[in-house]
Design a protein around this ligand. Structure first.
Ligand SMILES: Cc1ncc(COP(=O)(O)O)c(C=O)c1O
Length: 376
């Protein structure tokens, strides 16, 4: 019996070319001030410069971050001071207050996994102190807070379009002062499109899924050997436009039902695996558009390997922080990095796929318990 393969990245159906383009443009694509770059890190760097932030200016950034956003801010010349997230994964206003100085010019918040932060509160907090608010909605395209799109509260909002749809790239920016549109062509994007199509087939055909499951780890470990450690944070050319295929396919893929589909999938997984989900992801708040489904496990790396053999390709949700972070000073963020595993929840998954994911997680869990029993 071959295993169908599911990863957290949305796949690309082969019939996409036959679909009609929609006129629907969700925020921020409906705004004239919106700029689209190849990656969100390009958007962050360009927005910082457009807002005249740079040398001597400080931005407060969560210790729980991806790393590429930090690199982009630093390349814009900003100094980053980290804050710890609280149990809600929000900043703690008392801690922030202790970090303030005349050089602090901005606060950076991240809408983790498509769950909205209290952006209206943080906008007011920033306004009262004369600070700029950066809303990182890299994982939260289509999410809302208090009925308004996330990213619309801050002076800057950034979004990764390719995390929601199976396109090669696309980092959207909305900023009170929009930078110039990117000039550097990033190419056609055919290779990435091909890979997203293969992922679609591997999710439906066990034979292809099994080959994919075998080959991908070999390619990935080869990449790890040949690429340097901090490759994942590199900014590259910040003036890179999205690929031709992203521009062509996005209007065919945008769909008003996407957020609802993701929410339904999330609820289904919650109903079966809810006791493994860490707070604050254990209930789905209004307006969230989930990017992935998080579970907390003791040994995330090992759990990931066991899931892989059952066709579920999870993601260690930010194992490596930016190298400038003093990890030991932020224990809550360190714990999140070590224990949190993200599972697929995207809109292309069928009920059968979701059942496969639930079964795989439950079997791995039994495996873990058996191991602990054997070793204790
Ligand atoms: C929270 C967050 N911000 C920014 C980025 C940067 O996005 P990109 O890879 O499109 O530059 C990422 C990437 O995963 C992210 O997770």
């Amino acid at each position: 019996m071959y295993t169908r393969r599911h990863s957290i990245w949305p796949t690309l159906p082969p019939n996409v070319y036959l679909k009609r383009s929609t006129n629907w443009r969700p925020f921020p694509l409906d705004q004239t001030r919106c700029r689209i770059f190849s990656l969100a890190r390009h958007a962050i760097l360009n927005a910082s410069k457009a807002l005249h932030l740079g040398k001597g200016d400080v931005i407060l950034v969560p210790a729980y971050h991806h790393g590429s956003e930090v690199e982009a801010l630093m390349q814009a010349g900003l100094q980053v001071i980290y804050y710890e997230v609280n149990d809600e994964l929000e900043p703690d206003s008392k801690e922030l207050q202790t970090l303030l100085s005349p050089n602090v010019k901005a606060l950076y918040i991240i809408h983790y996994l498509g769950f909205p932060q209290k952006a209206s509160f943080w906008r007011q907090w920033c306004d009262e102190r004369g600070l700029l608010l950066f809303e990182d909605a890299a994982q939260a395209f289509l999410a809302h807070h208090n009925g308004q799109p996330v990213g619309s509260f801050g002076h800057v909002g950034v979004f990764c379009l390719y995390k929601t749809y199976g396109i090669p790239d696309g980092g959207a920016l909305i900023s009170t002062i929009p930078p110039a549109a990117p000039q550097q062509n990033s190419g056609k994007g055919w290779w990435k499109v091909f890979k997203r199509h293969v992922n679609w087939i591997a999710a439906r055909r066990g034979e292809i899924g099994a080959i994919h499951l075998l080959v991908k780890p070999i390619v990935s470990s080869f990449k790890r050997m040949t690429e340097h450690t901090h490759k994942e944070f590199e900014v590259g050319n910040p003036s890179t436009s999205p690929s031709t295929m992203t521009i062509r396919l996005l209007p065919k893929l945008l769909n008003k039902s996407t957020a609802d589909r993701r929410r339904e999938n999330y609820e289904f997984l919650l109903s079966h695996l809810g006791d493994m989900v860490p707070y604050p992801f254990s209930t789905l708040p209004e307006g969230a558009c989930p990017f992935a489904f998080p579970v907390e496990v003791a040994d995330a790396k090992e759990f990931l390997n066991r899931l892989h053999s059952r066709g579920v390709v999870g993601l260690l949700f930010w194992l490596n922080p930016h190298p400038s972070l003093l990890v030991a000073d932020f224990p809550k963020s360190r714990d999140l990095r070590e224990k949190m595993l993200a599972l697929p929840v995207h809109q292309e998954l069928t009920k059968a796929d979701l059942k496969q994911i639930v079964k795989a997680v439950q079997e791995c869990r039994i495996d873990s318990t058996a191991r602990v029993a054997t070793f204790s």
